[in-house]
Design a protein around this ligand. Structure first.
Ligand SMILES: [Zn+2]
Length: 251
């Protein structure tokens, strides 16, 4: 589908830019998180986003037909977490499926008594282990506003990074300069603290969804790291510091 939108010329001719200047500027200007980046980072991000568009397949669900603007917005937000890590981290992703609205998935969850409740849950995003990223377009449009700290694209990319060592457990492959013991200690302490606060009925700085599983804690705090690092630093300063180390490539 995207071969048509981003047509590459065959033969000796120079390939056209995958994201033309007009579309790139419109993308930057429509997402405050991208507008706020220094030009040097914007330029490097553009190169990664073009690679992302070239390497991944974009498809639509429920009759949605992805256009170049959609692909560019998603690709740019998807590459932001790996700007200092490199595209290899996104190698597991093969396709991105965009839905026009939050999509329903079958959800069979055991409750605290071990009874499995079957039903459907409306989701804004999902990262599947075998390389598919599913996103609801309205949630993509709500990402990148630097207000409440939500960003569905960064959330799903964080799951992909988390799964880099074969498990969704909030423990991505760490850089050599990082201390595995410190990561485990600080993330476990913060996760347990958030759960305790919620058990006590407290209103938490961080979205309570982070308390549902360690992988969700990593994904949600990744959203805050990019969108609202100030809130993350207030809620869990040690986690904020480790996130900074992780996403800056451990240097
Ligand atoms: Zn999640």
């Amino acid at each position: 589908m995207f071969e048509k939108i981003f047509a590459l010329l065959a033969g000796d001719e120079e390939p056209p830019e995958l994201i033309d200047d007009e579309l790139w500027l419109a993308t930057l200007q429509s997402v405050p998180l991208l507008t706020a980046l220094p030009p040097e980072k914007q330029n490097r991000l553009r190169v990664l986003a073009e690679r992302f568009i070239q390497e991944k397949q974009f498809c639509g669900g429920d009759g949605l037909e992805p256009d170049a603007a959609m692909a560019t917005r998603i690709a740019t937000l998807a590459c932001l977490p790996v700007l200092e890590l490199g595209m290899d981290w996104l190698a597991p992703i093969r396709e991105i499926v965009i839905y026009p609205a939050p999509f329903l998935v079958r959800h069979d969850a055991p409750d605290e008594f071990g009874v499995v409740h079957e039903g459907y849950e409306a989701l804004s995003g999902e990262a599947w282990g075998h390389g598919t990223l599913v996103l609801a377009w309205p949630d993509v449009l709500e990402s990148g506003w630097m207000d409440e700290g939500h960003n569905v694209v960064i959330h799903e990319i964080a799951h992909v990074l988390d799964n880099g060592n074969g498990a969704f457990n909030g423990f991505p492959p760490l850089h050599r300069s990082m201390d595995i013991g410190e990561w485990t200690r600080e993330f476990t302490a913060a996760y347990e603290s958030l759960n305790r606060q919620l058990d006590q009925g407290a209103v938490t700085l961080i979205d309570p969804y982070a308390a549902t599983a360690p992988t969700e804690f990593f994904a949600v705090t990744s959203e805050y790291h990019f969108e609202r690092p100030d809130i993350l630093a207030r809620a869990f300063p040690q986690v904020a510091k480790l996130m900074e180390e992780f996403y800056s490539g451990g240097r």
